[in-house]
Design a protein. Structure first.
Length: 361
C-alpha cells in the first residue's frame, strides 16, 4: 500500500477513534452559586432556567450548582462573580450598593405588583445605559432580575397607625428602614435569622423588610402574634441572576441565544411560582389561630406614603448624587415602566389574598 494512502487511512481512523472525546470537550460546564436556599422561589426559577438551557442545548450546557452560601455568601455573590469565582449566580444588589448603586432603584411605595416590577427592571437594564454600564463595567452581565414580593410587618402588638410605630424597635433594611424611621420607629439592622430569633426573645418589637411569602417560610407568623403589610410599602428590592461577563462573552453565539430565549420566559415562570408560594403562605396564615391580621386603613396607608415616600426617594437620589451619579432619570424611567405594566399584572398581594379567602370562608 502506498505510504500516502496509509497516512490518509490512519488520519481517517484517528478521527473516528477520537471523535467522542472531541465532542465531550465541546460540553460547556458552568458553575452556579447563590446564598439562597434551594427552596426559595428565586432559586426555583434559576433551577428551571438552567434545566431548560440544558434541555434546549441537548445536554451541551451543564451546571454545577452551589446553594445556600456553600460557595459564595450573600455579600460575596456579585464581587465573586466579578472576579470569576463562579460563572453565574444569583444575589441581591442591595447587599452591594457600593458596587451596583443604581440597581437599588426599587424603593418603597412604588408598586405592590411584583410582576410589573420585574418586567420594568429588565426593560430598564436594556434601555438605560448608566444602569447597564454599572454591571458590565464590573465584569457582570445581567441575565434577568426578579423582585421580592411586598414588604410585611410582624409584631406582638397591633400596628395600624403611625402612632403605634412610635419608638418601636423594628428589624428593617434598605428603604423600608428609612421609611419606618421617618414614621417614628427605630430600625434595627439585623440579618434575617438573627432578626427572627431577636423577635422571639423580645429583643426587638417588630420585624420588617421581608416579603410576604418568605416571611411565612421562615416562621414569622409563629414568632409574632400580629402581621400586616406595613402601610402597603410594597416591593422594595430585587435579586438578579448574572454571568461573569468574560465567561458570557466566551459562550458560542447559539448558546447565548438559547439562554436569552429562556430568560425571556422567566418573568412568566417567576409569576407562576410566586403565585403558588404566596397562595401556600396564605393557607398557612389562615390555619394559624395564634396570628391576628389587622391592617392600616386605606386612609392611614395614604398618610404613611405622604409622610415618608418622597423623603425615601429623595434620600436615594441624594445617595446617588454623592456617588456622582444622576439617579433621577433612572428612578423616573423605572416608575414609568412600572405604570405601563401594572394594569396587566397577574399578582395579588399576600394580605389582599388572605382577606379575600377569609371573607370567602
Amino acid at each position: 500500500m502506498p505510504q500516502g494512502l496509509r497516512h490518509m487511512i490512519f488520519a481517517w481512523l484517528t478521527c473516528i477513534t477520537f471523535s467522542h472525546p472531541v465532542l465531550a470537550q465541546d460540553t460547556i460546564n458552568l458553575t452556579y452559586a447563590t446564598y439562597l436556599p434551594q427552596s426559595f422561589t428565586f432559586v426555583q426559577v434559576d433551577d428551571w432556567f438552567m434545566n431548560q438551557v440544558t434541555e434546549r442545548t441537548d445536554g451541551r450546557v451543564q451546571f454545577t450548582k452551589y446553594y445556600g452560601a456553600s460557595l459564595l455568601k450573600a455579600l460575596d455573590v456579585f464581587p465573586g462573580l466579578s472576579q470569576g469565582a463562579a460563572d453565574l449566580g444569583t444575589g441581591a444588589p442591595g447587599y452591594n450598593v457600593d458596587m451596583l448603586p443604581l440597581s437599588s432603584v426599587i424603593q418603597p411605595y412604588i408598586t405592590e405588583q411584583v410582576d410589573a416590577a420585574v418586567q420594568a427592571f429588565i426593560d430598564l437594564y436594556d434601555a438605560n445605559d448608566a444602569l447597564k454600564n454599572e454591571w458590565e463595567s464590573r465584569n457582570l452581565r445581567l441575565v434577568y432580575a426578579l423582585a421580592a414580593v411586598e414588604n410585611t410587618l410582624w409584631s406582638d402588638v397591633p400596628v395600624t397607625t403611625d402612632e403605634d410605630l412610635q419608638g418601636m424597635r423594628i428589624r428593617a433594611t434598605l428603604g423600608i428602614a428609612q421609611s419606618l424611621d421617618s414614621l417614628g420607629a427605630t430600625p434595627v439592622a439585623l440579618g434575617m435569622q438573627d432578626g427572627v430569633e431577636a423577635l422571639k426573645r423580645g429583643a426587638i418589637d417588630g420585624f420588617a423588610s421581608l416579603p410576604f411569602d418568605l416571611a411565612v417560610q421562615v416562621g414569622l407568623h409563629e414568632a409574632a402574634s400580629h402581621g400586616n403589610d406595613a402601610g402597603r410599602m410594597g416591593v422594595y428590592g430585587i435579586v438578579a441572576l448574572a454571568f461573569h461577563k468574560p465567561m458570557w462573552d466566551s459562550l458560542p453565539p447559539e448558546v447565548q441565544q438559547v439562554m436569552e430565549a429562556v430568560a425571556a420566559e422567566v418573568p412568566a415562570k417567576f409569576l407562576e411560582l410566586t403565585n403558588e408560594a404566596v397562595s401556600e403562605a396564605v393557607d398557612t396564615l389562615l390555619a394559624t389561630e395564634s396570628l391576628s391580621v389587622a391592617r392600616p386603613t386605606e386612609a392611614e396607608n395614604q398618610r404613611w406614603k405622604e409622610a415618608s415616600a418622597q423623603q425615601v426617594w429623595d434620600q436615594w437620589l441624594a445617595d446617588m448624587q454623592e456617588r456622582e451619579l444622576d439617579g433621577r432619570p433612572v428612578l423616573e424611567q423605572f416608575i414609568e415602566l412600572v405604570r405601563q405594566y401594572e394594569p396587566d399584572s397577574g399578582y395579588t398581594p399576600g394580605f389582599d389574598l388572605y382577606e379575600q379567602r377569609k371573607a370567602g370562608d
